[in-house]
Design a protein around this ligand. Sequence first.
Ligand code: KG4
Ligand code: ZN
Length: 412
Amino acid sequence: MERFACGVLSRWTVCRLQRCRQSHIQPSAGAPSLVLGIETSCDDTGAAVLDETGRILGEALHSQNEVHLKTGGIVPTVAQCLHRENISRVVQEALDRSGVPPSALSAVATTVKPGLALSLGIGLQFSLNFVRLHKKPFIPIHHMEAHALTVRMLSPVEFPFLVLLVSGGHSLLVLAKGIDDFLILGQTLDEAPGDTLDKVARRLSLIKHPKCSRLSGGQAIELLAKEGDRRQFPFKSPMGQQYDCSFSFAGLRSQVTMAIDKKEKEEGIEPGQLLSCVGDIAAATQHTIASHLAKRTHRAILFCKAKGLLPQDSPTLVVSGGVASNEYIRETLRIVTDATGLQLLCPPSKFCTDNGVMIAWNGIERLKEGKGILSHTQEVRYEPKAPLGRDISAEVRDAAIKIPPLKLKIKC
Ligand code: KG4
Ligand code: ZN
């Protein structure tokens, strides 16, 4: 199968794959399954209509990124207000582009957990009104389950596979055993890597940088890091003495903040002005995050191998979530998968960040297996906090696997 160097499916391959899958699908007795997916768990209002082969018939997305950049972070009441203003239009656009009338939908799938309460509430209320009006089944979706399964829309990956989910709200290493069956090997003890990148970008006032004014923190750091020299700021990699798969990024953020404070004094500038060495700080921050993610993932792979949790044939690591868009992080992880004999699959960037497509696909997967499908009359609540699966991180910690040293030298 044609892939980019790090196992990313090219756009062309994705289209071809979808066409080819379509032609192999046996026509079902009834009409093909069509699912409307709706995402509002954080700051993106997304909607999409997919058929059972994963073909995207119509999609629409409204990003609140620019607004939140100006306010210096996501203000939940602002996010709620913007979801409320945009959700009808976004869903209507996705439906119009698909040419599918609501009456032809098999079900509506919507993120109900985890996420910002006020944001989840808007998507859920809209969806419940919609399914009641059109008398359609409702499929509540776990946001991180959707990130984990997106890859199966693009590539025929069988369970079980290992997944690293990294976003603005999460940092998780999980073994996906089935569409709703996950083992948590490790997760963040404090903040998520996307949150760290966003906060560092804010502390560096990257919104004032001519190349970064419209980019998320993670995107801005990735862009500026290309021009920087990470060796100028040798930040300490987190949790070197803990032989588990947990993550921690708060300590790194303190190191970065202290380095910025010091440089501002040296350069005689006030916080809020751009430092001359933003590229070096971006490169060092990105590298330390990439190396921390790679080391914990390496240990998770060795743990899964030792316990026989991954298949002998084509063991796979999937990386998804907004931070997985980062090429440097992907390349660092590729060094780990090359050394351990796993194939690395990363969905294209647009499917890594939040969108309605991944929610609709999760709905298709659940519809196929008949799991978690509710009638339009059932009550559903949103859950701001919700574990993705059974936590076996204590078992991973007790195994105390030491990872062999790997040279994480990246060019991009
Ligand atoms: O999955 P996502 O869209 O929303 C959450 O569920 O959190 O992830 C958003 C996060 C943000 O923190 C953003 O800064 C980060 O993903 N992100 C990136 C990149 N693009 C987005 N981080 C690093 N490199 C990128 N290219
Ligand atoms: Zn997400």
